[in-house]
Design a protein around this ligand. Structure first.
Ligand SMILES: *[C@@H]1O[C@H](CO)[C@@H](O)[C@H](O)[C@H]1NC(C)=O
Ligand SMILES: *[C@@H]1O[C@H](CO)[C@@H](O)[C@H](O)[C@H]1NC(C)=O
Ligand SMILES: *[C@@H]1O[C@H](CO)[C@@H](O)[C@H](O)[C@H]1NC(C)=O
Ligand SMILES: *[C@@H]1O[C@H](CO)[C@@H](O)[C@H](O)[C@H]1NC(C)=O
Ligand SMILES: *[C@@H]1O[C@H](CO)[C@@H](O)[C@H](O)[C@H]1NC(C)=O
Ligand SMILES: *[C@@H]1O[C@H](CO)[C@@H](O)[C@H](O)[C@H]1NC(C)=O
Length: 401
């Protein structure tokens, strides 16, 4: 064998070894609405005669297209809404409804929001497919960590405990390779909160890096817009005012409100002819909107947004910009907080304001772990999950190890 052949042989064998031992396994953490949910019903009353009172077993309820049609949507809302108790400061499902998050550890329920794999519910599937192409294996080096996204960290403490075990288990399963947390949207805030409560020595051993897509690190004005008028999830068949009935019962929405660390008291968020509301006036705003629970739920979650110190791991922060994103609600004179406000736009990814997406940059420098930001023009909040630029970047980071 010539020297060159030897060298090539050496390079090939090292690469092979590197791939079987060195790939950092990936745990996918989804955002708001980013996993399957299952329900079982045993209700004594329903709001409409077409609504089922009972179900023999658990069935898929989240973004099931058969349930999101007129009239049937009312049953859906009455099953997926939460009831808040301002004394215990917790939520529960309506009487006779049991909801669970299926498939802990398995990537499938976060790759597809609909178990039939209808392409309208495609979520982490494109990224998982790209990882499989470079040597990853589902259930071994690609795992999923879903949670009840209707709730905020104060009611998801169990998730943080389970995530720690899943990380340790995945590390062991992959020949002691530190884990990459690959997160989207609110999943990034869940991961950030998780990392903040772990010891640095534990993170150094078990966490290789955090790769985040579209995370609203500092909240979003969109959450306030949803409290005010609801959101149609980008669908032409859903009415935002109807969806709002369910959306405003979710503590996670109150957790996603803009952060006072990133919005100045001089900036008007909601403009009316009687009063201009800033970040300092959220309590008054929710009182005036007749949404007292929104304020209470927001208070419950403030503990989880107060600390913005770096997470103590390497961060790759990918996000879109150059898409109009709601920045302010302007009500017509005399309209008070009724009616439909004009949505004044600013920069962002269509859902999250630019300043919140880019907030991860604050962690760069000093003694902190490296932070790389990858702003992508016109990468929309959800579509970024299927954006070739994001996928190529993720693949190169994962293989560069
Ligand atoms: C772990 O290492 C063993 C041998 O040391 C190898 O057979 C196995 O394929 C490796 N597993 C992974 C997931 O890399
Ligand atoms: C349904 O609820 C009723 C009481 O409301 C109870 O008697 C019955 O056992 C429940 N059925 C199931 C399958 O849990
Ligand atoms: C708590 O809820 C009760 C019953 O809905 C209501 O009367 C009371 O005003 C609420 N308190 C606060 C602080 O929102
Ligand atoms: C992953 O594991 C789950 C639960 O054990 C199983 O249902 C699923 O088919 C597995 N997926 C793959 C791709 O092997
Ligand atoms: C609210 O702000 C707008 C725009 O800056 C201003 O024209 C209006 O007078 C303000 N309204 C009140 C009640 O302060
Ligand atoms: C911003 O988006 C517009 C289309 O909405 C496009 O024409 C423009 O080139 C984009 N700017 C950048 C920097 O990509």
């Amino acid at each position: 064998m010539s020297f060159t052949t030897n060298l090539i042989y050496l390079i090939i064998s090292c690469t092979t070894l590197h791939h079987s031992l060195g790939l950092s396994p990936v745990i996918l953490i989804p955002g708001d609405g980013g996993s399957q949910l299952e329900a079982r019903l045993n209700k004594s009353s329903v709001i409409h005669y077409i609504c089922a009172k009972t179900s023999a077993d658990y069935f898929n309820i989240w973004l099931n297209l058969e349930l999101l049609v007129p009239f049937v949507i009312d049953c859906w809302i009455d099953n997926t809404r939460l009831e808040y108790n301002n004394i215990t400061r917790t939520t529960k499902n309506p009487p006779g409804v049991d909801i669970r998050v299926p498939g802990w550890g398995n990537p499938e329920p976060v790759e597809w929001l609909d178990p039939s794999h209808d392409k309208s519910g495609a979520y982490f599937n494109t990224i998982a497919d790209a990882l499989v192409k470079v040597g990853y294996v589902r259930n071994i080096s690609i795992r999923g960590a879903p949670y009840d996204f209707r709730r905020a960290p104060n009611e998801n403490q169990d998730f943080f405990v389970k995530l720690k075990s899943l990380i340790e288990e995945t590390y062991t399963l992959n020949n002691k390779s530190a884990v990459t947390l690959l997160v989207h949207s609110m999943g990034g805030k869940m991961a950030f909160n998780f990392l903040q409560i772990q010891k640095q020595s534990w993170k150094d051993q078990y966490i290789r890096r955090l790769i985040s897509l579209s995370t609203p690190w500092a909240g979003s004005m969109k959450a306030l817009k949803v409290f005010a008028i609801g959101d149609d999830l980008g669908s032409l068949v859903l009415r935002e005012s109807i969806m709002r009935t369910q959306q405003i019962t979710c503590p996670s929405l109150a957790w996603l409100l803009p952060s006072s660390l990133f919005w100045k008291p001089s900036e008007v968020l909601v403009q009316t002819d009687k009063f201009n509301y800033t970040i300092k006036d959220l309590q008054k705003l929710f009182t005036d909107m007749d949404l007292p629970n929104a304020w209470e739920m927001h208070k419950d979650t403030q503990k989880y947004t107060a600390d913005f110190t770096p997470p103590g791991v390497e961060v790759h922060c990918i996000y879109g910009y150059n898409i109009t994103t709601v920045e302010r609600l302007v009500y017509k004179p005399g309209a008070w907080l009724d009616g439909y406000p004009q949505l004044v736009g600013g920069d962002g990814d269509g859902t999250v304001n630019a300043r919140s997406l880019a907030a991860c940059r604050r962690w760069a420098g000093g003694a902190a772990r490296p932070v790389t930001a990858l702003p992508l023009p016109n990468a929309e909040h959800l579509k970024i999950l299927h954006d070739q630029r994001a996928i190529d970047y993720i693949s190169s980071v994962m293989l560069g190890n």
